[in-house]
Design a protein around this ligand. Structure first.
Ligand code: NDP
Length: 251
């Protein structure tokens, strides 16, 4: 059975691997044997160095998710660097918080571009390549805001809701072609994205009290779900939104 979770010889493209959930997922896939391509806008090499120390290959392809021309070129560049792409993890995301009446058009456009349109383009580019070889795994990082509206995050909830639907739409088309398209649904995770919430004594406490597991999640919590959805262990799992939320959605 352990063999079913092995990723040796596979190449995974991960967006937003510089920190937080994306960094943990990239490391988790590498720990299971995958070579990694990090799509990132910064020149930071700390994740790359940690992955290389595991004995697998790791390349960085520059890609700012707000620049859609760069996004369109990213998967072809990853294929050029590694020869093939077997796994795509769409993790990079941004958050903008404001009451709806004050929410700016610029914030709306930025969030929809990074959290939805860039995800769609990367799925399309990776899907083209995976369809040619009838094999591939796509994992989109959705959110509990794919199911719930959240508070003061109208663009984020709209984008993440759409990521959930995009995951199902692509799974409907590509499941019979050997491609698994699924999503991971993080709950409240202690990363930079949530610094404001964690630092807010009232909201921070309210959130913690509602999490059945009794703690915020941490990036390490995502390694298992990512390896499962990237590996043969999930070959008959299609269009699924897998909550890693400490039980939040069940409450
Ligand atoms: P972080 O803010 O810790 O990390 C975000 C990552 O996305 C960073 O690597 C960042 O790179 C990258 N990124 C942001 N904008 C761009 C851009 N324009 N181009 C390239 N890379 C970019 O977030 P998390 O780890 O918490 O979140 C990861 C994913 O999980 C996101 O999709 C988020 O929406 C989702 N999620 C998180 C939850 C949480 O509670 N934390 C809950 C539900 C979903 P850089 O270093 O360059 O800024």
């Amino acid at each position: 059975m352990n063999q079913a979770f092995q990723l040796t010889g596979k190449t995974a493209v991960v967006t937003g691997g510089t920190r937080g959930i994306g960094r943990a997922i990239a490391l988790g896939l590498a720990e299971s044997g995958a070579n990694i391509v990090l799509l990132q806008r910064s020149t930071d090499t700390s994740t790359q160095e940690s992955i290389k120390a595991l004995g697998v290959r790791c390349e960085i392809v520059h890609c700012d998710m707000e620049n859609l021309d760069e996004v369109k070129q990213a998967v072809p560049k990853a294929i050029e660097a590694m020869g093939s792409v077997d796994i795509l993890v769409n993790n990079a995301g941004i958050q903008r918080r404001s009451p709806a009446v004050d929410f700016t058009e610029e914030d709306w456009d930025d969030v929809i571009k990074v959290n939805l349109k860039a995800v769609w383009i990367l799925c399309q580019e990776a899907g083209r390549h995976m369809l040619e070889k009838n094999n591939g795994k796509i994992i989109n990082i959705a959110s509990i805001a794919s199911f719930q509206g959240g508070l003061y995050v109208p663009a984020y909830a709209s984008a993440k809701g759409a990521v959930g639907q995009l995951t199902k739409a692509l799974a409907n088309e590509w499941s019979s072609e050997g491609i698994n398209v699924n999503a991971i649904v993080p709950g409240y995770i202690a990363t930079e994205m949530n610094t404001a919430l964690i630092d807010d004594p009232v909201r921070g406490r309210q959130i913690l009290e509602r999490i059945p597991a009794g703690r915020w999640g941490n990036p390490e919590d995502f390694k298992g779900a990512a390896v499962f959805l990237a590996s043969d262990a999930s070959n008959y799992v299609h269009g699924h939104l897998l909550a890693v939320d400490g039980g939040w959605l069940g409450r």
